[in-house]
Design a binder for this molecule. Structure first.
Ligand SMILES: NC(=O)c1ccc[n+]([C@@H]2O[C@H](COP(=O)([O-])OP(=O)(O)OC[C@H]3O[C@@H](n4cnc5c(N)ncnc54)[C@H](O)[C@@H]3O)[C@@H](O)[C@H]2O)c1
Ligand SMILES: Nc1nc(=O)c(N)c(NC[C@H](O)[C@H](O)[C@H](O)COP(=O)(O)O)[nH]1
Length: 223
């Protein structure tokens, strides 16, 4: 079993979710409120380790009225357990799970870092050898009570998740500017598919303007 997974992201018209320097201020104010309403609705929110390092996000509901119990469980996909101990996702505002890979587990669980994380109440889940096995992780999260999960990037994790058929819905904010750059991060990076035929098919079920931005909502078809 797996949670119902909604990928949410903001991109420029040219499909970039961050520049090569990591600059990623894309959504307008109204879209940020929409994002926080979605955060309030879901049981969990997941990002890749590079997003934690680049953005130091809180992953809590803080741009709209909310109670502490509205915060989703935060999940970081972090094979080598590189999450900085001072990262905001380690604070007490919400529960946090770090998902690591088995090849790095033994060394990590005897370290002072591990002791520090567990002292802060952070949970760990290990699966896969060099990279986190995302199917196993989804099953673990579902069994832990996370029935709906918001995926908030970045590009590499987004591609692995869609390639493995783990994304159910995609909600995209398209902002009215372009930044270009072959080294910018796009909505889906990873290794990509070789042919268009292999592309994951989507069905647009809603679209609307929000402030200056355009919101596109898709169901994922061939999972
Ligand atoms: N505009 C937006 O909506 C938005 C949202 C989130 C992130 N971002 C941007 O995305 C950038 C980071 O994206 P990224 O692609 O470098 O990193 P990422 O956040 O996708 O993290 C990827 C890392 O996760 C780890 N990982 C472990 N198991 C994995 C697996 N099975 N599949 C994939 N990854 C696995 C690996 O260490 C991998 O390098 C940042 O610059 C951030 O600002 C933008
Ligand atoms: N929807 C959306 N629009 C953006 O313009 C943007 N940069 C992100 N980026 C996703 C990132 O994971 C974090 O949402 C932000 O870094 C905000 O951090 P908070 O958790 O609110 O502290 N997401």
């Amino acid at each position: 079993m797996k949670p119902y997974v909604i990928l949410n992201a903001a991109m420029t018209l040219d499909g970039k979710i961050a520049t090569k320097t990591g600059s990623s201020n894309i959504s307008g104010e109204k879209d940020l409120k929409r994002v926080h309403e979605l955060r309030r609705e879901v049981d969990g929110i997941m990002v890749g380790i590079n997003t934690v390092i680049a953005d130091n996000p809180r992953l809590t509901v803080h741009k709209i009225d909310a109670n502490p119990e509205d915060n989703p469980v935060r999940v970081v996909v972090d094979s080598k357990c590189r999450t900085p101990i001072a990262a905001r996702i380690t604070n007490k505002d919400a529960k946090t799970i770090i998902a690591g890979a088995n090849d790095y587990k033994l060394e990590f669980i005897v370290s002072d870092r591990y002791a520090n994380f567990t002292k802060r109440g952070i949970d760990f889940f290990f699966s896969g050898d060099k990279r986190v096995d995302l199917k196993d992780l989804m099953n673990y999260l579902y069994e832990s009570g996370i029935k709906t999960l918001m995926l908030e990037g970045g590009s590499t994790l987004n591609f692995s998740m869609i390639k493995e058929g783990l994304i159910d819905e995609i909600r995209i904010c398209v902002a009215p500017f372009v930044v270009g750059g072959k080294d910018s991060h796009t909505l889906f990076d990873g290794e990509g598919f070789d042919t268009m035929d292999e592309g994951v098919r989507l069905e647009l079920f809603d679209s609307f303007k929000l402030g200056d931005d355009l919101i596109l909502q898709y169901k994922v078809l061939n999972k």
